[in-house]
Design a protein around this ligand. Structure first.
Ligand SMILES: [Zn+2]
Length: 652
C-alpha cells in the first residue's frame, strides 16, 4: 500500500511516543525524559528511556533505539505498512485502501485484515439486520446499551454455514486466510469450508492496542446441544496465554487506579465497564498466566483477584498469588457474596455499591490465606496451624529478594494475623528461603549437566543458542540466572570506582560500557542499580553495602571495596596496559580497567568463534565464509579496543 508522505507525518504527529510506548512499558518521568524496563531485553532495573521532545526511544542495555514507527514495528513484529496502519487506527486517522497491495502483504498482516473484516461483519449483522434482531434483544435484555455494544464491538454470527465465507469472498478475503484466522473450518467429507461461529453473539478479543485477535461466541438459543461458549483457536496472531479480555478498553483506567480487577467472564468485564468500573480484565477462561501478569505489570501495582465463594474459584485465586508476587505486583483477594457474579452484582446494586463492596471486602494475601485456612478447619490443631503458617511463609518467599522491605512488611503482618512471635516466623522464613535457594541451585546444576551432555554430543551451536525444552519447563521465574561466574578483577575495580566516586565515575564508565559486558549475576545487577540511581541523580553506595539490595549484591559490593582489588602485580600490566592505582587518577584507572575488560570480552568472543569455525570446517558447513568474516570483524574490534578508540567514539 502506498502511503503519501503527508499522511505519514499526520500519523507521526498524532502518535505521541510516550503514550504509544506506555502501552507496552510502564514509564516513569524523570526530568524531561521517561524511563522504564526495556521490552526488548530481559532486565530488572530500567535502562530504557523515551525522549518525548525528540520523539525517540533508546535502551542503554541492549542499544535498541528509534522513533515511534520503529518501536511499534519491532515490538509487534510487523512490517512498515502494518505499523502505520496500527498507529493510524489508534489515532483515528483513515488510510487509503489498496486491494492489489493487500494480496502481497505478509501472512500475519492478511490474518489481521481478515479478523478486522470479520469483526465489522459481525457488528453489522447485530446492529443492522433482521437476522441480528434476537441477538440484539438478548444483549439489551442483559442491560447493555448501544454505546457499550459499540465500545466492545459486539456482534452476531448468523445461524448459517457460509454467512461469513460468502461476505468474505466479496471482499477478496480467501477461505485459506479465514482458516488461518480461526474463522472457518475445512469440511470433513468434501472440499470447501464452513463458518466456525454460527447463531452466536460475538465478543471480539482485542490486543492491548486494539487489534482484533480472535472471538468468543455465546450460543443464542437455549435448546441447543452446542456448548454455551466457543472461542477462536490459537492462531499466528492469537495466543491465549498472553491476552487479557478488556485490557484495550480498560488500560487508561487501570493505569490511573494503579490497580486491576481480575474477573472471569466477558460479560463481567462489559457489565462492570457500563457501571463505571473500568479497571477490569478477564483472563479468557484460563488461570492467570505468567505472560498475562507481565502485561498487567506495565499498567498496575496491585491485582484484585475476584473469586466466587465456591472452592474452584478459590483454588484458582490461591494458585495465582505466588506468581503475582514473584513479578513484583501486590495481590489482593475479594470474595463475592454467595450466588453473585460481578455482572449480576452491578445489575442489582450499581457500580458505586460494587466499588464500596470491593473496599470493604478486599483482603491482602496474608489475611486471605489465613481466612481460607480457618474456613477449612486448618487452624484447629497446633500441627495444622504451623503447617498453615509455613505455607503462608512460602508464599511470602516468592516476593523477589530485591523487595526486602515488602517481605519484611508481610512477615510483620503475618505475625499479627496468626498471633505468633515475629522472631519465630522469621527464623522459619530464613530456613524456607535457604531451602528454596538450595533447590534452585540443584536445578541449575541439573540443567547445566544436561547442557554439557548435549554439548559433548556434537551439537555445534553455542550453549546460549540451545534452549532445551526441559530446561525451560523446569525453570522457576527466580532462577533464570545461571550459576554465578566470578567477576573479573578489572570488572571489580570498575565497580569499586563507581561505588566510591559516585556520579562522575558512573558516567565515565557506563558511558563506554554495555550492560552485558559485566558478568551476569550480582555484578551486572550492581550496574543496573547504578544506572537507575544515576538517572534519578541519586548515586549512593550505602544501599549496596547495607544489604538493602539483597545479600548477593552486598557480598560483592563489600568485597570490591576491600583494597585488594586495587591493581595487583598479576594483572595491572597486561598487554602493555598499566593500570594506575585508583587513588592516583580514578579516570585513568577506569579507562585502563575498561580496556582490559573489553579485551577479555572480545577474546572470549574470539574463542567461541574459533570453536564455531572449527566445528563448521569439520561438518563442512556452508556458513564458513560468514563465520570467517565475523572472525575478522572481531579481530578488527580487538585492535580498536587496544587503541582505546572506544573512549572517543561518542565524542566524535
Ligand atoms: Zn534493552
Amino acid at each position: 500500500m502506498y502511503i503519501p508522505d503527508d499522511k505519514l507525518e499526520e500519523v507521526r504527529a498524532a502518535s505521541d511516543i510516550v503514550d504509544v510506548v506506555s502501552d507496552y512499558v510502564k514509564l516513569k518521568k524523570r526530568g524531561s525524559n521517561y524511563f522504564g524496563l526495556c521490552p526488548f531485553h530481559n532486565e530488572k532495573t530500567p535502562s530504557f528511556s523515551v525522549n518525548p521532545s525528540m520523539g525517540i526511544f533508546k535502551c542503554f542495555g541492549c542499544h535498541e533505539g528509534g522513533d515511534v514507527f520503529s518501536f511499534i514495528s519491532k515490538i509487534e513484529n510487523i512490517g512498515f505498512t502494518e505499523t502505520v496502519r496500527l498507529l493510524a487506527e489508534r489515532a483515528g486517522i483513515p488510510l487509503p485502501v489498496d486491494e492489489a497491495q493487500r494480496e502481497q502483504s505478509s501472512e500475519v498482516e492478511s490474518i489481521y485484515h481478515a479478523l478486522r473484516f470479520a469483526a465489522r461483519f459481525f457488528y453489522k449483522q447485530l446492529t443492522q439486520t433482521d437476522a441480528g434482531q434476537p441477538a440484539l434483544e438478548y444483549l439489551k435484555g442483559r442491560g447493555f446499551t448501544a454505546t457499550t455494544i459499540k465500545r466492545f464491538g459486539l456482534g452476531y454470527a448468523p445461524d448459517r454455514w457460509d454467512a461469513l465465507l460468502n461476505a468474505a469472498e466479496e471482499e477478496h478475503v480467501t477461505p485459506e486466510t479465514l482458516e488461518k484466522a480461526g474463522l472457518v473450518l475445512p469440511r470433513k467429507n468434501s472440499d470447501g469450508y464452513y463458518d466456525r461461529f454460527r447463531g452466536r453473539v460475538i465478543f471480539p478479543i482485542f490486543s492491548h492496542v486494539g487489534k482484533v485477535l480472535g472471538f468468543g461466541g455465546r450460543i443464542l438459543s437455549g435448546d441447543s446441544d452446542q456448548p454455551k461458549y466457543i472461542n477462536s483457536p490459537e492462531t499466528k496472531v492469537y495466543s491465549k496465554s498472553r491476552v487479557l479480555y478488556g485490557l484495550y478498553q480498560g488500560k487508561q483506567a487501570i493505569r490511573q487506579a494503579e490497580e486491576v480487577l481480575l474477573v472471569e467472564g466477558y460479560t463481567d468485564v462489559i457489565a462492570l465497564h457500563q457501571a463505571g468500573v473500568e479497571n477490569v480484565v478477564a483472563s479468557s477462561g484460563t488461570a492467570l498466566t505468567e505472560k498475562q501478569i507481565k502485561v498487567l505489570n506495565r499498567y498496575a501495582k496491585r491485582i484484585l483477584l475476584l473469586y466466587d465463594a465456591d472452592n474452584a474459584g478459590m483454588t484458582a485465586a490461591v494458585r495465582g498469588i505466588d506468581l503475582v508476587l514473584a513479578h513484583g505486583l501486590a495481590p489482593y483477594a475479594v470474595s463475592l457474596p454467595a450466588g453473585e457474579d460481578p455482572d449480576s452484582y452491578v445489575q442489582t446494586h450499581g457500580g458505586e455499591a460494587f466499588e464500596a463492596m470491593l473496599d470493604e471486602e478486599r483482603q491482602d494475601f496474608v489475611t486471605f490465606l489465613h481466612a481460607q485456612a480457618e474456613r477449612q478447619g486448618l487452624l484447629d490443631t497446633p500441627e495444622d496451624s504451623s503447617e498453615a503458617q509455613r505455607s503462608v511463609l512460602e508464599t511470602i518467599a516468592s516476593i523477589p529478594e530485591e523487595r526486602a522491605l515488602d517481605r519484611d512488611a508481610y512477615l510483620r503482618h503475618a505475625s499479627e494475623v496468626f498471633g505468633v512471635y515475629e522472631s519465630d516466623l522469621r527464623r522459619e522464613f530464613e530456613q524456607i528461603v535457604r531451602q528454596q535457594q538450595q533447590k534452585n541451585r540443584a536445578r541449575r546444576r541439573r540443567s547445566q549437566a544436561q547442557q554439557a551432555a548435549s554439548a559433548s554430543s556434537g551439537d555445534p551451536r553455542p550453549a546460549s543458542a540451545r534452549s532445551g525444552p526441559s530446561q525451560e519447563a523446569d525453570a522457576a521465574p527466580a532462577d533464570q540466572d545461571p550459576e554465578p561466574v566470578e567477576p573479573l578483577p578489572e570488572e571489580k575495580m570498575l565497580l569499586r570506582l563507581m561505588l566510591e566516586h559516585g556520579t562522575r565515575l558512573v558516567e565515565a564508565v557506563l558511558g563506554h560500557m554495555a550492560l552485558d559486558e559485566f558478568t551476569e549475576g550480582p555484578s551486572r545487577r550492581i550496574v543496573e542499580h547504578l544506572i537507575e540511581m544515576y538517572q534519578e541523580d541519586a548515586v549512593d553506595k550505602q544501599p549496596f553495602l547495607d544489604g538493602t539490595l539483597g545479600s548477593e549484591i552486598q557480598r560483592l559490593a563489600t568485597e570490591v571495596m576491600v583494597d585488594r582489588y586495587a591493581p595487583s602485580e598479576n594483572w595491572s600490566s597486561r598487554q602493555n596496559i598499566t593500570v594506575p592505582r585508583m587513588n592516583d587518577d580514578p579516570y585513568e584507572a577506569a579507562a585502563s580497567a575498561m580496556t582490559l575488560l573489553k579485551l577479555d570480552r572480545v577474546n572470549e568472543a574470539i574463542e567461541r568463534q574459533r570453536e564455531r569455525l572449527y566445528q563448521a570446517t569439520r561438518h563442512d558447513d556452508s556458513d564458513l565464509t560468514e563465520l570467517q568474516t565475523e572472525m575478522m570483524e572481531l579481530h578488527e574490534l580487538r585492535k580498536h579496543i587496544e587503541q582505546r578508540a572506544f573512549l572517543t567514539w561518542d565524542v566524535a
